[in-house]
Every structure is written in structure tokens, then in C-alpha cells.
Design a protein around this ligand. Structure first.
Ligand code: 6V0
Length: 333
């Protein structure tokens, strides 16, 4: 208890449990949406913010601290140096050049790899036991980059991947059926973005398989309708970026849901970017990260689901893996 506090100190004022620390690297639109969602969902005792712009960083940290009277007590620290992240349980990396309207995610690659070379090694050194959650785009390749640069086991390096795409997918199906998106199960897998694969057979509503009844009850629910929904999911990010310049709220909630599963050892299944070599015919030698449904807990990725894919879906996944692997090899890591 600090000097001057009117409460009489007792013999033990030390915390009884280990405190949970989450660091967010990159205090831009996405990083701050993630930080504030983690804060309001009470997932951390300490949040460390890191950014290359000291004034913006201090402004963001103060702005969050000023909400203290309305929230559970969370220590918020910030700094331009990775030392502020020391002993993190979870490090979320959002730093990066922002995707410009019309720019593909793969175009961002070279700009962001150079940043990751500066960011990841010191972060890994300060928190050698942390979970690393990569959000910057192109997220699948940068998850591979973070894995290589950190030296962490693959189980502790995760990309936010298609967790967000799947939420967009569930939202669109839910709107179509007029039910809550939380009761719609539906996976997008593969590469986050342009070549992501919609797994139509995975759609269930309230636990009941939905594709057949959708087709039976909606005369227009044919292949074209399915492809229309897939394209709306893939185009969703571009539409938001075109309208408001960036995306933030949905990725904030998406990452907070991953943080909850990881830090609270929930063992929930999320489509996230994991080391996919060996799954669905992807060559063992291709160390690519792609989204597959994965069971997440305190130790990171606890297991990966082998889905029942159609040959076309598996072939699409292998095509994405091949393209991503070609990109990874160019990096010389
Ligand atoms: P932004 O608002 O430009 O924020 C990026 C931040 O990174 C800025 O504040 C920079 O100052 C900071 N930064 C740059 N260099 C460093 C450095 N060396 N160390 C620390 N911080 C640094 O971009 P925004 O927040 O909109 O997007 C961030 C990244 O998230 C981009 O790569 C997006 O493409 C990606 N997204 C990924 C999504 C996903 O589903 N995986 C979803 C949305 C955005």
C-alpha cells in the first residue's frame, strides 16, 4: 500500500496468484481495438503497449488509463522499447504498414518482414515463455516469419488467420437465416483473405447440419448463392477499408476471443493460422502457416482438426499452401 493510503497495511499485501500480462505491439487502429477489448473483457492484469511513435503511444496509453474509474484495475504501461513487454504471457503483434485500398495482402509482405526483424527477436528475448499472436498482414506469412525469428516452438506461435473471416461468414449466414451468429458454426480455412476456403459442409445451426435444409428451403440457394456469400466474406475487409480506411472493431473482438481461449485455457476450437505441414496433403517439407480449426489453451495450439474436405476444397488449400510456401522461401529465413 502506498504512503498516505488511508487503509492500514496488513502483513501480506502481495498478490496471491501470478498476474497475467498481455503486450500489444503496434498501437494503431487494430492494436488499440485489441487492447481496449482485452481491457474491457478483463483478460489481463497488465497491458503493455509498444509503438514506434512516442507521442501517439503516450496519448493512447493515457486515454486508456483515464477510463480506470469505470473498469477493473489493470496496469497499463507503454514504451517504444520492447523492454516494457518483459515477462508477457501473450504478445500480440499488430505493427505494420497498413493495407491501402485495393492493395493485396501479399504486397504488404516485404515492408512488414523488415519490421518483424526489428520487433520479434527482442520481444522473444524479454518473454521467452510467451505465446505469440500475429495479426499484421499478410498474416500467414508473417506468422511463419515470427516463428522463425522467435525460435519458439510452433505450438506457441499463432496467426489470427481466418478467425475473423469465419466470423464474417457466420454473420452472413446468420443474417440469411435470421438467427444469432453465435448459433451458426461455419469455417473459413486456408489463407486469410483472397484465397480463403469456405467449408460449406461445416455449416450448422444450433448443432444441426444446415446446408441441405438451406438448399431445400431456398430455391435460389445454389452454387452461385454459395459463391456469392464466399465473395462477400472475402470482400468484407476491402469494403470496410474502402469505406472507413481501416478495419478495427471486428479484429479487436476476434483477437480478444483468441486471447480468452489461450490465457484461460478454454480449449475452444478456432480457425487460426498454425503450422500446416502434413495436413490435407500439404507436403511435410512445406513449413507454411495456414488456418485450420485448432484447439487453443494455455500452452498454445493443443491440436489441429483434420476436416472432412471435398477434393476441390483440399486442392484449393494445397494451392494456397504452395503459393504461401513460395513467398516464404523468398524471405531466406
Ligand atoms: P496502423 O493504424 O497504421 O497501425 C500500425 C502501427 O504500427 C502504427 O501505430 C505504427 O506506428 C506502428 N509501428 C510501425 N513500426 C513499428 C515498430 N517498429 N514497432 C512498433 N510499432 C510500430 O495500422 P492498423 O492498425 O490499421 O493495421 C495494423 C496491421 O494489422 C496491418 O498489417 C493490417 O493489415 C493488419 N490487419 C490484420 C487483420 C487480420 O485479420 N489479421 C485485420 C485487420 C488489420
Amino acid at each position: 500500500v502506498a504512503d498516505g493510503c488511508p487503509l492500514t497495511p496488513t502483513s501480506s499485501s502481495a498478490p496471491h496468484r501470478r498476474l497475467t500480462k498481455v503486450s500489444v505491439i503496434g498501437a494503431g487502429n487494430v492494436g488499440m481495438a485489441i487492447a481496449q477489448t482485452i481491457l474491457t473483457q478483463n483478460l489481463a492484469d497488465e497491458i503493455a503497449l509498444v509503438d514506434a511513435l512516442p507521442d501517439k503511444l503516450r496519448g493512447e496509453a493515457l486515454d486508456l488509463q483515464h477510463a480506470a474509474a469505470f473498469l477493473p484495475r489493470v496496469r497499463i504501461v507503454s514504451g517504444t522499447d520492447a523492454a516494457v513487454t518483459k515477462n508477457s504471457d501473450l504478445v500480440v503483434v499488430t505493427a505494420g504498414a497498413r493495407q491501402i485500398a485495393g492493395e493485396t495482402r501479399l504486397n504488404l509482405l516485404q515492408r512488414n518482414v523488415a519490421l518483424y526483424r526489428k520487433i520479434v527477436p527482442p520481444v522473444a528475448e524479454h518473454s521467452p515463455d510467451a505465446l505469440l499472436l500475429v495479426v499484421s498482414n499478410p498474416v500467414d506469412v508473417l506468422t511463419y516469419v515470427a516463428w522463425k525469428l522467435s525460435g519458439f516452438p510452433a505450438s506457441r506461435v499463432i496467426g489470427s488467420g481466418t478467425n475473423l473471416d469465419s466470423s464474417r461468414f457466420r454473420f452472413l449466414v446468420a443474417e440469411h437465416l435470421d438467427v444469432s451468429a453465435q448459433d451458426v458454426q461455419a469455417y473459413m480455412v486456408g489463407e486469410h483473405g483472397d484465397s480463403s476456403v469456405a467449408i460449406w459442409s461445416s455449416i450448422s445451426v444450433g448443432g444441426m447440419p444446415a446446408l441441405k435444409s438451406l438448399r431445400d428451403s431456398h430455391r435460389s440457394f445454389d452454387e452461385a448463392a454459395l459463391e456469392g456469400i464466399r465473395r462477400a466474406v472475402v470482400g468484407g475487409a476491402y469494403e470496410v477499408i474502402g469505406l472507413k480506411g481501416y478495419t478495427s472493431w471486428a479484429i479487436g473482438y476476434s483477437v480478444a476471443s483468441l486471447a480468452a481461449s489461450l490465457l484461460r485455457d478454454q480449449r475452444r476450437v478456432h480457425p487460426v493460422s498454425v503450422l500446416a505441414a502434413g495436413f490435407h496433403g500439404i507436403s511435410d517439407g512445406h513449413e507454411v502457416f495456414l488456418s485450420l480449426p485448432a484447439r487453443l489453451g494455455r500452452a498454445g495450439v493443443l491440436g489441429v482438426a483434420e476436416m472432412d474436405l471435398t477434393e476441390a476444397e483440399a486442392a484449393q488449400l494445397r494451392r494456397s499452401a504452395k503459393t504461401l510456401w513460395e513467398n516464404c522461401q523468398l524471405l531466406g529465413l
